[in-house]
Design a protein around this ligand. Structure first.
Ligand SMILES: C[S@@+](CC[C@H](N)C(=O)[O-])C[C@H]1O[C@@H](n2cnc3c(N)ncnc32)[C@H](O)[C@@H]1O
Length: 450
């Protein structure tokens, strides 16, 4: 619809109808599963909490509701009100970090009646008034409940902050290292020394922390924070659908003993479920030496059979300088290219290309961004566009992809990319595009040798 002919009244009615109809679809998905939607006030897990349990239809309905509710609220509220609220959003991660570090959600476990903030503050050696205000803001945004004045209890959202839940480490990593970096984004983008650089040495993170991202995590002085980062990656994997990997590719057609090399695999957590579901596969996990130590401990605990039967190997690599182990059937790169500028992505893919045999395949698992333009000539981008009057890329329903793009910019001068950008980098380094496998939030992009 041309912008000039759009009408606020029609949009508000269309959005309200979309919300109402989509809510009915969601209720019917739960009813088909014989379940009720858990109340936000409860601490129960629901049948569709894990991304891999969510059907394509339900995922689309949730995206639609998120997009439509935000667009409706922004349409009817005054612009100044909306913008003032938006710019104050930085306070939420600051409060989340205090709550996670103070282990508030842990202290509230099995206490539906809640705890007084004075007791919570004493356990964490914090000021009770300040902690109470922090928890009140979070509860106002639906994380924790204030069950009586100054008495707080857990709910479904705050349960993600319990320290045994790896999402709490992800919250810590973002609210701490990333937010500090973000506060220097403007200076970094306007200082002539860093403005046009794509080096991690010139990132906002480096300006804030005095070291680039991986230097920082690999420094012995930061070993505790590095452990949290490794846990954060597992949490991020859980939230973004780690367990989807076994379902999105035709692994059943892959031959016995086919080898998958997880390049920059960190702990190898992304391929854990795949290896459990398809024990016929073999895996090589490659990362920097310090990281592989954690990977070995992780597999010894999570899949000892694969270790005992030597179906998983751990081989150190610097993927900017050397090829991975040769002749694997699959080279799997998940959230690797997004860390690097295009020139370094070319180095990494050139090294992978050197290792490949004639039938090896490259699988790039990354977010695939879309322009916010309806029906562009870039054919692949017209896939999965949201219905009018929503933004074609689902706006707030898929906002995490675009937040993550900026997160990569500030952490390491990296970026998320469009499908076209991935194809260009791969073609420049000797690959041929085969297929985009839809894996929910991220895409799995398959290439063969050109
Ligand atoms: C964003 S993490 C992704 C980890 C994992 N693939 C995932 O999806 O969770 C990037 C990984 O690249 C690794 N890495 C960074 N620089 C590297 C290098 N030069 N050679 C090998 N691995 C590297 C890091 O240690 C880290 O595990």
């Amino acid at each position: 619809m041309p912008v000039a002919s759009r009408n606020g009244n029609t949009e508000v009615i269309a959005l309200a109808n979309l919300i109402s109809n989509t809510a009915q679809e969601i209720l019917s998905e739960y009813s088909k599963a014989g379940q009720d939607i858990p109340s936000l006030d409860s601490t129960d897990s629901g049948p569709f909490d894990a991304p891999e349990k969510i059907s394509v239809g339900l995922a689309k309905a949730i995206r639609t509701i998120e997009a439509a509710c935000a667009q409706l609220a922004f349409t009817v509220a005054s612009p100044g009100h909306v913008m003032a609220n938006k710019v104050l959003e930085h306070e939420e991660p600051a409060c989340m970090l205090v709550a996670v570090n103070a282990k508030v959600a842990d202290h509230l476990l099995d206490k539906p009646e809640g705890l007084h903030v004075a007791e919570l503050a004493e356990k964490a050696n914090l000021d009770a008034d300040k902690l109470g205000r922090i928890l009140r803001l979070l509860a106002t945004k639906h994380c924790f409940r204030e069950v009586k004045p100054n008495v707080f209890a857990n709910n479904r959202l705050s349960m993600q902050m319990v320290s045994t839940n790896t999402v709490s480490s992800y919250i810590g990593h973002i609210a701490d290292e990333s937010v500090k970096g973000g506060s220097y984004l403007n200076e970094t983008l306007t200082d002539p020394k860093t403005a046009f650089s794509t080096s991690a040495e010139d990132s906002a993170f480096r300006r804030a922390h005095g070291a680039s991202l991986f230097e920082f995590y690999n420094s012995p002085a930061n070993s505790e924070i590095n452990d949290r980062f490794a846990q954060a990656l597992v949490g991020w994997g859980n939230v973004t659908g780690r367990a989807m990997l076994p379902r999105i590719y035709a692994w059943e057609n892959v031959s016995e003993n086919a080898t998958l090399c997880d390049v920059g695999g960190n702990k190898g957590h992304m391929i854990l479920d795949l290896m459990k579901k398809y024990p016929k596969l073999k895996a090589v996990i490659q990362d920097l030496p310090t990281v592989l130590k954690q990977a070995k401990e992780y597999w010894a605990k999570e899949n000892p059979q694969a270790v005992e039967k030597q179906r998983v190997e751990f081989v150190p690599i610097d993927f900017l300088k050397e090829p991975p182990v040769p002749n694997c059937d699959f080279y799997y790169l998940r959230h690797i290219l997004h860390d690097w500028p295009t020139s370094d992505c070319q180095k990494i893919l050139t090294n992978v290309r050197k290792a490949m045999g004639p039938n090896s395949r490259l699988l790039i698992h990354e977010f695939v961004l879309q322009h916010i333009v309806r029906n562009t000539s870039e054919g692949a981008e017209t896939v999965n566009q949201a219905p009018e009057p929503l933004l074609p890329n689902y706006g707030m329903g898929r906002v995490r992809l675009y937040k993550q793009d900026i997160n990569m910019m500030l952490l390491c001068n990296g970026k998320e990319r469009t499908l076209q950008e991935f194809i260009e980098i791969a073609e420049q380094t000797g690959f041929k595009f085969e297929k985009l496998w839809d894996s929910g939030e991220a895409g799995l992009i398959e290439f063969t040798i050109a």
